[in-house]
Design a protein around this ligand. Structure first.
Ligand SMILES: Nc1nc2c(c(=O)[nH]1)N[C@H]1C(S)=C(S)[C@@H](COP(=O)(O)O)O[C@H]1N2
Ligand SMILES: [Mo]
Length: 438
């Protein structure tokens, strides 16, 4: 049976809440009566959960009712469509594979990965937003408004793929804690901004610069505004790549609120966690950055393979850099029925971190034999590549289509789960979809 998609209007009547009401307020906002509980929102939410809510005045703003969040039905997030909510505190939502079919990912289909409490939309004013560039390894700290960035530096647009390091986590055994992403914590929109390199050169770095890291305007999940929920970075050489952007636009429009409006870093090919959202500070460090989520098991994996479930000494953990080769089948949707005797056209995307995808194969017999697919060049470096193939089925029955990409260094996707690691990162096993032939 087809899933019922809940429309925004169905949930909120004729008065849909604004995007900023879906998130936790900042510390200055009362955490109780915001979010769903504003005006007609309360009545509409009661209707959605099918009952009145006696303790409505105690519900944190932005809380997605468990009655909705825990169903398998898609829940409407303003500006998004068809995303599956994995967590509502903080909001994390992924995109079903078949909704990632577009060559360039539309904003409504880009996943959301929040580590803390996003700034409320009402508190974001692009006209007064400032970004500070400091740290041990700048000649002097400098600040820029968005208007100054736009005026002083050349604009660039690149299609850059963004994938959470934990995409695919749900398959790890023993299980890894954290959001149980299946395959949809990935997307490849087009970003517009200035080169991080041009801004860093304007500021001036000292010879001891090692790492470039970000801070954003979101608050720690605990509500403690003195602590950042996440602050990660990349080595100077990666920051200086021409595709590394300080971006204010996505697909030619403002970046969606939940994806970092009004300013974010976009550093393609590495875990999405290096792409700071709600960007208001960059630090150039004289050492490997040690902000929240840079150390321990966060975005780090055993430097050499370990047995599943092992405890790994800290000095044997390495920071994830380029993401591994991976691909998706985005058409058809898994579970379709197909007529026997007809060829089935299939397609999707493939990407390989800092590398390019060189070959693409598909299988309809659980990997026993592979057929070459047609593969396009990327729109630019660090963008995903589109592929397509036509497959046939010998008789009626249940089939799976498996897709496997190989990068330009000859490394292919594994067919089963790759190296276990404590936090369940880097699962690049072949994506598969089901097809019933009758
Ligand atoms: N300020 C800030 N930046 C952030 C995060 C965050 O929680 N706060 N999450 C990071 C992680 S882990 C990922 S995978 C990407 C997700 O980007 P998206 O939510 O736009 O898809 O943003 C990164 N940048
Ligand atoms: Mo992430």
């Amino acid at each position: 049976m087809a899933k019922k998609e809940r429309g925004l209007h169905e949930l909120y009547g004729k008065d849909p809440i604004e995007a900023d009401e879906l998130v936790w307020g900042r510390k200055s906002d009362p955490l109780t009566r915001r979010g769903f509980l504003k005006g007609s929102g309360l009545a509409a939410m009661s209707a959605a959960v099918g009952a009145s809510i006696p303790f409505a005045h105690l519900m944190p703003g932005g809380l997605i009712p468990a009655a909705l969040a825990q169903t398998s039905e898609s829940f409407s997030i303003p500006g998004k469509e068809g995303l599956v909510v994995l967590n509502d505190r903080p909001l994390n939502a992924e995109t079903p594979a078949h909704l990632l079919d577009d060559a360039v990912t539309p904003g409504k289909y880009l996943f959301i990965r929040n580590n803390g409490r996003p700034p409320a939309m009402a508190n974001i004013d692009p006209a007064t937003w400032m970004i500070e560039i400091g740290g041990e390894s700048v000649k002097a700290t400098k600040q820029y408004s968005i208007a100054e960035l736009k005026k002083r530096f050349k604009h660039y647009t690149y299609q850059l793929q963004l994938e959470c390091g934990g995409n695919g986590r749900s398959e790890f055994v023993p299980p890894a804690s954290g959001n149980q992403w299946s395959v949809g914590a990935v997307g490849c929109p087009e970003w517009t901004g200035v080169r991080l390199k041009d801004v860093l050169e304007d500021v001036g770095l000292t010879d001891d610069a090692v790492y470039v890291a970000y801070y954003g305007a979101d608050a720690h999940a605990s509500g403690d505004t003195t602590k950042a929920p996440i602050s990660r970075g990349v080595p100077v050489a990666k920051a200086m790549e021409k595709e590394s952007l300080i971006a204010w636009a996505m697909n030619g429009e403002d970046i969606p609120h939940m994806n970092g409006h009004p300013l974010r870093l976009v550093i393609g090919g590495w875990p999405g966690s290096v792409c700071g959202k709600w960007l208001n500070r960059i630090v150039v460090r004289n050492q490997v950055h040690d902000g929240p989520k840079m150390t321990g098991t966060s975005y780090r994996v055993p430097c050499s393979p370990v047995a599943p479930g092992s405890s790994v000494p800290d000095e044997d953990m390495c920071i994830i850099e380029s993401m591994p080769v991976k691909s998706l089948v985005t058409f058809p949707k898994s579970g379709i029925e197909h007529e026997l005797g007809k060829a089935l056209a299939i397609r999707g995307h493939a990407w390989a971190g800092d590398r390019e995808v060189a070959r693409m194969h598909v299988s309809t017999d659980f990997g026993a034999t592979w057929q070459k697919a047609e593969l396009d060049k990327p729109a630019n470096r660090l963008a995903w590549q589109h592929w397509r193939a036509s497959v046939e089925f010998p008789e009626a029955g249940y089939y799976e289509i498996w897709a496997r990409a190989t990068d330009d260094a000859g490394v292919a996707q594994p067919m089963v789960l790759p190296g276990w690691n404590p936090k369940g990162y880097l699962n690049n096993a072949c994506h598969r979809i089901a097809v019933q032939v009758a």
